[in-house]
Design a protein around this ligand. Structure first.
Ligand code: CTP
Ligand code: MG
Length: 172
């Protein structure tokens, strides 16, 4: 069952990224509007570099959440260092991917919170996969592609839930 093994290994690697991606939406209940990472600055096209939705507090919340999930996995699977490091890298990668996604959205003239199908759901996933790879973590790329549609569906479902729970102003 090589496929099942590949899938479980990949899931363990990306679970911290999934949690990290959702963390800012919950954590902003504590930090409020936060400190925009672009410091309000504009790009040469006159639009914000990243926008009000990408804050330092959200970034830190995401990274710490990734690390926390990694630590939990590490305790469960008795390899604290390997999993904690993976969780940290997945969290960092997810948050960087999310920033790149917003940078692209702003360059396309989209306002904060405008829906960008696939980009909104996959930027963090791709970011996490890239940073994990750079960090030396190996996974089956075909499995990662196969998992992508599931990540999209999960993202859509959790965002709708967050909207219904009044954690988000928009359902995407
Ligand atoms: N958030 C944050 N800091 C981050 C990422 C997210 O504070 N680094 C918070 C913001 O309050 C943001 C919310 O989480 O509005 C939802 O995140 P996301 O959907 O990624 O941002 P959008 O508001 O949709 O902005 P964008 O159009 O740039 O994706
Ligand atoms: Mg959004």
């Amino acid at each position: 069952m090589a496929l099942a093994e590949d899938l479980i290994k990949l899931l363990l690697l990306v679970l911290p990224a999934l949690a990290a991606n959702g963390a800012p939406v919950v954590a902003r209940r504590i930090y409020g509007r936060g400190t925009p990472l672009d410091m309000g600055r504009k790009w040469i096209d006159g639009r914000r570099v990243l926008g009000e939705g990408k804050t330092l507090e959200g970034f830190v919340a995401g990274v710490l959440t990734g690390l926390l999930v990694g630590i939990i996995e590490g305790v469960l699977f008795s390899d604290l260092y390997w999993f904690a490091r993976a969780g940290l890298l997945a969290g960092i990668g997810a948050m960087i991917g999310d920033l790149i996604g917003s940078f692209i959205k702003r360059r396309l003239g989209m306002e904060r919170g405008d829906p960008a199908p696939l980009l909104d759901q996959l930027d963090f996933y791709i970011g996490a996969l890239v940073v994990l790879y750079i960090g030396g973590y190996r996974y089956n790329l075909v499995t990662a592609v196969v998992l992508a549609p599931l990540v999209v569906i999960l993202h859509i479902m959790t965002n709708r839930l967050a909207y219904k729970a009044s954690l988000k102003e928009v359902p995407h």
